[in-house]
Design a protein around this ligand. Structure first.
Ligand code: GLN
Length: 526
């Protein structure tokens, strides 16, 4: 019998609903339950694939090729479970399904309305088809937003229909007013009232706070909001997001949820590997500095890369300090100074012309100085272009993406992309197999010759130049078995110089950090 947990947020955005949802998933999973976590976003885009990272942070890609919200990255990193396209739903997708059905004539004779047609489609997706013990559904946005109203109406109906098979977890904020030296519960009361006004009584409240909340504050919230005291937990600021599941467990969040479902709670699971990881994290003191060369100066824009670096650091017993280096501001004159403090360089993925010359300069500097260099997607393409310009001597080498006329298109558009006109969801997306060259550094790192990794791109290494690159020292050591697309380049002579056309950062998890990130940091930490 599947049970449903709905996670909503109130008062302000950015409270970390994704972390709380992932933590609930983790805790239930460690009790032996099967779970899945899905995100419902109220915006009208079909997916975040066409959004600027400044709008919505990184775009995360599932194995089956859906471009999704970055919270799915948290779900995967925390639980180790692979998400799929059905774990990410937007208002746009809901409406598209409803409108397509209307055009097909599925509702012949009926007026199509938000209630019941749109809400029915939301409910259908919330209920899912697969067999798991718990489906955790996180609703994007904040209670009270016009956009999220149909999602909340769907939750109201499901709570009514499912009875004790549905539990609502509401995350709110308790601000601290410095001048009054007081923690304020009023915004939480209002947020809960707002939910009650929509017919939903939250069962569990998670209060985000910068300062510890006393029992009397929790008591006050409980009685004002019709919630049991044991169901009011606090989520204080933590030194690391990975401490959150443990803090939630200690306060009995999973136990409270189970009780709400009428499930016997049993013993608290020990979560040994998680605690082992936290121990390593707490004890990692030696700092290593990694330069993240990209154009979006926003924490969330390269979320999975940042997390992958941090996780790899922890398992290598070091604390990774990420220094963001804005590629748009990198010049021949300041490069030495900007990169002087880092022991490794990661060239970020991206799209379009802006900032790419700086990335190429960073690659050149790191290649010549023998500094460990990791290029991901566009980053790998920049490694190829730099090599073509400065080693092969093609000064005008470029990607067709940046210069449609370049005579040396060492990065070219993929054949299948040439006829594509729609921008949304049409890149080469999701996991593809890749065969590694025997004896290459990547084969040793993966300890395998067969891998599968996730992609998100339209452009590719141009095989016309392959021999020339290889003769001059850059090896194409990972190939797609069906198409011969080059997925990995490396310079064996260099201390550590690897570029991947795919995105390894999407599959690094807390308990299984990705081997490429692990090895990159290992080299840097030497
Ligand atoms: N813009 C490049 C391409 O489409 C790289 C994409 C990326 O870095 N994700 O091929």
């Amino acid at each position: 019998m599947t049970r449903y947990i709905f996670v909503t947020g109130g008062v302000v955005s950015s409270l970390g609903k994704g972390i709380i949802s992932a933590s609930i998933g983790k805790l239930l999973q460690s009790r032996g339950y099967t779970i899945t976590i899905q995100k419902f976003d109220p915006y009208i885009n079909i997916d975040p694939g066409t959004l600027n990272p400044y709008e919505h942070g990184e775009c995360y890609v599932t194995v089956d090729g859906m471009e999704t919200d970055l919270d799915l990255g948290h779900y995967e990193r925390f639980t180790g479970i692979r998400t799929t396209r059905s774990n990410s739903v937007t208002t746009g997708r809901i409406y598209k399904t409803v409108i397509d059905k209307e055009r097909r004539g599925d509702y012949l004779g009926k007026t199509i309305q938000v209630v019941p047609h749109v809400t029915d489609e939301i409910k259908r997706r919330m209920l899912r088809e697969e067999e798991v013990d718990f489906v955790i559904t996180e609703i994007g946005g904040t209670i009270g937003d016009i956009e999220s109203a149909p999602f909340l109406e769907a939750i109201r109906q499901l709570k009514w229909e499912l009875g004790n098979r549905a539990v609502s977890v509401h995350l709110t904020y308790v601000p601290y007013l410095k001048a009054a030296d007081e923690l304020k519960t009023k915004p939480t009361q209002h947020s809960v009232k707002e939910m009650q006004g929509m017919g939903i009584q939250p069962d569990v409240l998670v209060l985000r706070t910068e300062k510890h909340l006393s029992d009397s504050i929790r008591q006050k919230v409980a009685s004002f909001c019709n919630v049991d005291l044991e169901c009011v937990v606090q989520s204080e600021d933590m030194p690391s997001i990975y401490e959150v599941p443990v803090s939630m467990q200690q306060q009995g969040l999973d136990a409270a949820i189970l009780r709400k479902f009428g499930i016997p709670v049993g013993e608290m699971p020990s979560m040994t590997s998680w605690h082992h990881f936290l121990e390593l994290q707490r004890s990692a003191k030696t700092e290593v500095h990694v330069g993240l060369v990209g154009k979006y100066d926003l924490q969330d824009a390269y979320k999975s890369i940042r997390e992958s670096l941090n996780l790899a650091g922890i398992y290598n017993h070091v604390k990774v300090k990420i220094e963001f280096i804005n590629s748009e501001q990198l010049t021949k004159d300041n490069i030495e100074e900007k990169l002087s403090t880092v022991s490794g360089v990661l060239i970020c993925p991206g799209f379009g012309q802006r900032g790419i010359e700086g990335k190429i300069k960073a690659v050149e500097y790191a290649r010549k100085k023998n500094i460990p260099t990791f290029g991901i997607c566009l980053g790998m393409q920049m490694m190829v272009i730099e090599f073509a310009r400065n080693v092969l001597g093609y000064q005008d080498a470029n990607s067709r993406e940046m210069d449609a006329e370049t005579p040396h298109n060492v990065i070219d558009i993929m054949e299948e992309q040439k006829t594509i006109t729609n921008m949304g969801g049409t890149m080469r997306l999701g996991a593809y197999d890749c065969v590694l060259r025997k004896g290459s550094r990547v084969a040793a790192i993966y300890d395998s010759l067969q891998i599968s990794e996730r992609h998100r791109h339209r452009f590719e290494f141009n095989n016309y130049y392959k021999n020339e690159f290889e003769k001059n020292g850059m090896q194409c050591v990972g190939l797609n078995p069906e198409s011969d697309l080059v997925e990995i380049v490396e310079i064996p002579e260099h201390r550590w110089f690897i570029g991947t056309q795919f995105h390894p950062e999407y599959s690094s998890t807390v308990l299984h950090p990705h081997p490429l990130f692990m090895n990159f940091i290992k080299e840097i930490a030497k």
